[in-house]
Write a protein that binds this ligand. Structure first.
Ligand SMILES: NC(=O)c1ccc[n+]([C@@H]2O[C@H](COP(=O)([O-])OP(=O)(O)OC[C@H]3O[C@@H](n4cnc5c(N)ncnc54)[C@H](O)[C@@H]3O)[C@@H](O)[C@H]2O)c1
Length: 352
């Protein structure tokens, strides 16, 4: 079977990442060409051995091109996606797929008209930390999961480059927020019944840069996400509580632990009172060690190339698409609601 011919539109940071990683790691997909509005980015692509196009029209007119990866600033995603689909190309779009749900609905309508494959690069479903949490939940190691904290903390202050401009679709909710929401809604195959957001603009005037997001799922689980940019002492990347255990993942290196309750290990309340300066507590006393056992974290080794291999399979008609625009539409509907909740104050009930 012939290789699929890929052209990357937007040859900046992420465009380069796609080119290098697909070329080195994804059999069956040929990184053929690139287009960027900046001449120096086109020169960079030429130096890396790619066929360089001088315009988007030229890319779309090339009938040998099967697949386009869109890696331009967020505000340009919708128009390029629609033009590419109409030109008969299959499309991978970087996240956030669009700036809001209405824009994505327009793309989905064109996807339906053309019958081409359209997907979003939600690569962080293949992050090892996330896969460990997902495996622990699915293997029932934690019982019923009812509280999740998903936290990413940087310390470099402002949002970088175009991410600092509202008109480009900048801000943290549309940047890391999309990754963490996609993970949350992929982890819980349930309806979202309420959403809230506290969006602060501390270092980047005009866009949100330090944020808390709140989701409630139909089963009752409360899911909190933090993204911050001036944090000098980091919290764990994940903290997940269930009826039978607690899991913590410390950082990107995926160190951490899973503590599980021992069945039938009795605990006497009377022995375990903690006295602070100002009073006693039983409720918040640490659990006696003999009632718990430490389990190894699930041994997960995800392979990001499965994303591109799946897209190739979907184009060839041999696989169901893993990341669908319908999934992304649910996320964008939550994002719309979160912007509203932040602007108007207060959680929004929903049925998404
Ligand atoms: N999935 C991920 O992990 C991940 C990580 C980083 C960025 N991204 C996404 O990738 C996209 C690009 O981000 P980046 O960090 O590479 O930005 P970047 O600024 O490094 O690169 C963007 C490139 O697009 C070019 N460009 C701008 N407008 C264009 C247009 N209309 N047509 C063609 N080229 C155009 C710019 O010249 C630049 O070279 C964004 O949507 C971002 O959210 C995703």
């Amino acid at each position: 079977m012939n290789n699929l011919r890929l052209v990357i539109v937007g040859f900046g940071g992420m465009g380069n990442w796609h080119a290098a990683n697909v070329r080195a790691r994804v059999p069956g997909v040929e990184v053929y060409g690139a287009y960027d509005i900046r001449p120096e980015a086109r020169e960079d692509a030429r130096n890396k051995g790619l066929t360089v196009y001088e315009s988007l029209e030229a890319v779309l007119a090339d009938e040998t091109v099967d697949l386009i990866t869109i890696a331009v600033p967020n505000n340009f995603h919708k128009d390029i996606a629609i033009r590419a689909l109409r030109a008969g190309k299959n499309v991978i779009c970087e996240k956030p797929v669009t700036l809001n749900a209405a824009e994505l609905e327009e793309i989905i309508a064109v996807r339906d008209e053309t019958g081409k494959v359209f997907t979003v690069h939600q690569n962080r479903r293949w992050d090892r930390d996330f896969c460990i949490v997902k495996a622990a939940k699915e293997q029932g190691l934690l019982g019923q999961v009812y509280m999740v904290k998903s936290i990413v903390q940087g310390s470099r202050g402002a949002m970088y480059g175009w991410r600092g401009h509202k008109e480009n679709g900048g801000g943290m909710l549309l940047d890391w927020g999309i990754h963490l929401l996609d993970q949350a809604m992929y982890l819980f195959d349930e309806k979202v019944v309420s959403a809230d957001a506290h969006l602060q603009s501390m270092y980047t005037p005009g866009v949100d840069d330090n944020i808390h997001l709140f989701l409630r799922f139909e089963s009752g689980c409360s899911y909190v996400m933090e993204m911050s940019t001036n944090c000098l002492i980091n919290l764990p990347r994940w903290h997940v509580q269930g009826t039978e255990g607690t899991l913590q993942i410390d950082d990107w290196g995926c160190g951490g632990k899973l503590m599980k309750l021992k069945p039938n290990a009795e605990m006497k309340w009377s022995d375990d009172i903690v006295y602070t300066e100002a009073g006693p507590t039983r409720t918040m006393a640490p659990r006696p060690e003999y009632t718990m056992t430490e389990l190894p974290l699930p041994d997960e080794h995800p392979d990001w190339t499965d994303y591109y291999k799946n897209v190739a399979g979907a184009i060839r008609g041999t696989e169901q698409l893993l990341v669908t625009p319908e999934q992304a539409l649910r996320v964008m509907r939550v994002v719309d609601l979160m912007f509203k909740a932040d602007a108007e104050g207060g959680a929004r009930k929903c049925d998404i």
